[in-house]
Design a protein around this ligand. Structure first.
Ligand code: SF4
Length: 451
């Protein structure tokens, strides 16, 4: 299903779409307020961008340095070429310890590798412990946003999910009571889990330590109670030195939710006595992206989701309208790297307004990469037939002035018709801007006469 068709489903409920748009815009506005309170904000962005650029240029060296130091600290280091290998490694560690229940804090990498269904197939219960993730897990749905996984749901809907799965009273929609119910439910799982799994926000090559950022402390609860801690990271999570960490920690939470910092930024250096820590370092297509000069900078992403919150298309079409587990502008760059044909409509889900680039804390040229993917996807023949036909016709017409004038007249008329008839998914949900009555040629001639 293309993005625009899936977005049409979301837009069937205009009240929800408007509320989704406004909620995310509030987060974006909060991010702006926090950014303007840091006078050196632009210097921080520049520093982060340069650190990442440097790291990506020597990624193999820093990964080896990190792995050596982590191993020296007593952490077991594993390498996975793809998602399947990652899942097998995690399963192997759990089976070695006879683990039947895993508490998992938010990790988009495990979503990417489809870890939950893999482990469940092998008889291991997986409990997502981030509140938003747990809500969508109970619904058997994936996250719709990388930082706020259940942002598409209203309080009353969360109340229904809890009523059905946790036995809370019907109609409960008080956030405090719902949170308390979730806390009690998760506490029991934390206390009875055999192993904990966390993501990794930053891995420090110099020390072999890694940092996990959460607002709920669920990663810490899991990792500190369970005898086995498995941390899963993509190869791009490396930063060279401890001193670089502050740059990213100052940018991350402000860009994500407008907080000065995440509530918990936990540093893991070595296992406590009697505990095992395993780290699984995953490629899964990242080195392919690294080898593509036009797109390699997308690997600098720190997954703050600021580009989601500002994107007028994401805000109005929801996370489920994208065909990849990471939605929004950055997902639209990462997805075609994995499968160009399957995700061919994603880079077109953008107005190319550049707002994503303007807010990105690591200065990824997001809208330029989206434009490049459009060109690559079209050149590879993955554009829909009607678009190819339209482009062919346009090329034919613009080379012939008389036809061009006639075509301009026809397009102005047909654009009005298209809007009126509401034939395509986009114009079913919004008005197509009306073409100006005056053509560019008429305007130009008028200006020339006046001057
Ligand atoms: S691309 Fe930039 S703005 Fe978007 S999630 Fe990544 S770091 Fe944040």
């Amino acid at each position: 299903m293309t993005h625009s068709t899936a977005a049409h489903e979301f837009l069937r409920d205009p009240a929800r779409a408007a509320w989704h748009d406004q909620t995310l815009w509030m987060v974006r506005a909060k991010r702006d307020r926090m950014a303007t309170r840091v006078p050196e904000w632009e210097q921080l962005r520049e520093a982060a961008s340069r650190i990442k650029e440097h790291t990506l240029s020597r990624l193999a060296d820093y990964l080896e340095q990190f792995a050596d130091n982590a191993a020296e600290n007593g952490i077991y280091v594993h390498w996975a070429a793809d998602g399947e290998e990652h899942n097998r490694i995690v399963q192997g560690i759990l089976q070695k310890h006879g683990a039947r229940k895993l508490v998992k804090s938010k990790s988009m990498l495990t979503e990417e590798c489809h870890l939950n269904p893999h482990l469940e197939k092998h008889g291991i219960e997986v409990i997502d412990t981030d509140l938003g993730e747990r809500i969508v897990q109970l619904q058997k749905m994936p996250p719709s946003h990388i930082v706020m996984p259940a942002i598409h749901l209203k309080r009353a809907e969360v109340g229904e999910v809890f009523h059905e799965h946790l036995g809370t009273p019907a109609g409960l929609d008080d956030p405090q009571q719902l949170t308390e119910a979730a806390r009690q439910h998760l506490r029991n799982h934390f206390l009875t889990a055999d192993a904990a799994l966390t993501g990794v926000n930053f891995a420090i090559a110099e020390t072999g330590a890694f940092v996990v950022c959460t607002n709920e402390g669920n990663a810490d609860m899991g990792a500190h109670l369970a005898p086995v801690h498995i941390a899963c990271m993509g190869i791009e999570k490396i930063i060279p030195q401890q001193v670089h960490l502050g740059v990213f920690l100052r940018l991350l939470a402000r860009s994500a939710t407008g907080q000065p910092s995440t509530v918990f930024s936990s540093h893991f250096l070595k296992p406590r006595p009697g505990q095992e820590i395993h780290i699984v370092i995953v490629d899964n297509g990242r080195s392919r992206q690294l080898a593509r000069p036009d797109y390699r900078k997308s690997l600098a992403c720190i997954r703050c989701a600021a580009c989601f919150n500002t994107c007028p298309v994401y805000r109005r079409s929801g996370g489920y309208s994208y065909s990849y587990f990471i939605a929004g502008p950055i997902g639209s760059i990462l997805a075609p790297n994995v499968d160009k044909a399957a995700h061919s409509s994603m880079p077109f889900a953008s107005t190319l307004c550049g707002s994503c680039t303007a807010v990105c804390p690591v200065k990824i040229d997001i809208h330029a990469q989206l434009l490049k993917w459009r060109q690559d996807i079209t050149a590879a023949g993955h554009a829909p037939w009607w678009k190819k036909a339209a482009m062919f016709m346009t090329a034919y017409v613009v080379r012939r002035p008389a036809l061009f004038r006639l075509g301009g007249w026809f397009m102005r008329k047909s654009a009005r018709m298209l809007s009126f008839l509401r034939l395509d998914p986009w114009t079913q949900s919004r008005d197509l801007p009306q073409p100006p009555a005056q053509t560019f040629r008429q305007w130009y001639n008028q200006q020339s006469d006046e001057n």
